[in-house]
Design a protein around this ligand. Structure first.
Ligand SMILES: Cc1cc2nc3c(=O)[nH]c(=O)nc-3n(C[C@H](O)[C@H](O)[C@H](O)COP(=O)(O)O)c2cc1C
Length: 315
């Protein structure tokens, strides 16, 4: 059975994290993943602290297994949500879209495991020095906010420069991806797009369907001008955003145009004008499955692959 340092660190059975996803990684999905031996993570997104508290309590009513909370560092409620995870005694916190470096000692002191999502070697090094317990190295293939380096290039470079466990994210949806991540020096994987297409994810079926129909070039990165490049499925929204950009729209006009598009796409299922965050791996996802099956299929496939790789070694 696959067993890595992050299984011990998080007290989970399989080295698989479900990435925090604003709006859609709610208690339903999080508890299903944790009950299946992975680590489910609530996406606090831009929600108010009370919503996050309810999600934490609901998750606790659905699982007695470890789970985490993802703090979106661009949220206007970062300070309150940070306090909330202390008050609610959440044991694992991941952070995305920013830097919580100066706060890490506080997490360390409270025994909360703090795992930042990063997209550069420099950030990994800095956050290890600041006291992070592990690092999620996320490549630019990923859905959501992205950097510029691919998972294939980023993970081994990060693994070589830190001593804490590294978790690979971006472009993974099957056992081949898990085996490859381990070969690159990671101790586990985080997936977002694959878990959108789980039965338990509350995302709109129309958005899930668009992922199932995607191919290898269905996604695009936009919003660079807003300082938060984001990968999503190409649609009328991304086309119009680019056209406005070309026509010289100001940053403020673009920010206004972009407002509330995630809820529109992910929850309301407006596939033309909503933001449909998804990674490049969308092209390989062809079925909506229960979270338990997603995890068991990946683990079984990775074990077979790892066992069979020595077929390439000749006497
Ligand atoms: C719909 C969606 C929403 C996301 N929201 C967040 C978020 O709020 N915070 C965060 O740190 N990462 C977020 N991510 C990134 C995921 O947690 C994860 O790292 C990423 O999806 C991994 O790449 P993959 O999509 O190729 O699996 C989001 C991804 C998706 C697809």
């Amino acid at each position: 059975m696959l067993d890595t340092a992050i299984c011990d660190l998080f007290e989970i059975r399989h080295p698989i994290l479900q990435g925090g996803m604003a709006h859609i990684s709610t208690a339903e999905l999080v508890s299903a993943v944790s009950n299946s031996g992975g680590l489910g993570i609530i996406g606090a997104g831009f929600y108010e602290p009370e919503w996050v508290r309810e999600q934490i309590r609901l998750t606790r009513s659905l699982t007695d297994k470890p789970f985490g909370v993802n703090i979106h560092l661009a949220s206007p409620y970062v300070r309150q949500i940070t306090q909330l995870v202390f008050d609610e005694k959440v044991s694992i916190v991941t952070t995305g879209a920013g830097n919580l470096e100066s706060e890490i000692p506080r997490f360390n002191k409270a025994g909360i495991k703090l795992i930042p999502v990063i997209n550069s070697v420099d950030a990994a090094r800095r956050l290890e020095n600041a006291g992070a317990d592990a690092i999620i190295a996320e490549g630019m293939e990923a859905g959501g906010h992205v950097g510029e380096t691919t998972t294939m290039s980023l993970v081994p470079q990060v693994a070589d420069c830190v001593k804490i466990p590294v978790i690979a994210a971006g472009g993974i949806c099957d056992g081949r991806g898990l085996a490859a991540a381990l070969a690159l020096g990671a101790q586990g994987i985080q997936m977002g797009t694959r878990f959108v297409c789980s039965e338990e994810c509350i995302a709109s079926i129309k958005y899930k369907q668009k992922i199932l129909e995607a191919n290898d070039h269905s996604t695009i990165v936009t919003r660079q001008i807003l300082g938060m490049p984001q990968r999503s499925l190409r649609n009328n929204l991304t086309d119009t955003f680019q056209a406005l950009e070309k026509a010289g729209a100001t940053k403020e006009e673009l920010a206004l145009f972009d407002k509330s598009r995630m809820y529109l796409g992910l929850i309301e299922g407006n596939i033309d004008d909503g933001a449909l965050l998804a990674g490049q791996i969308a092209g390989m996802i062809k079925e909506i499955k229960p979270a338990r099956k997603i995890i068991s299929d990946i683990v079984e496939e990775a074990e077979i692959i790892i066992n069979s790789l020595n077929k390439f070694l000749k006497e």
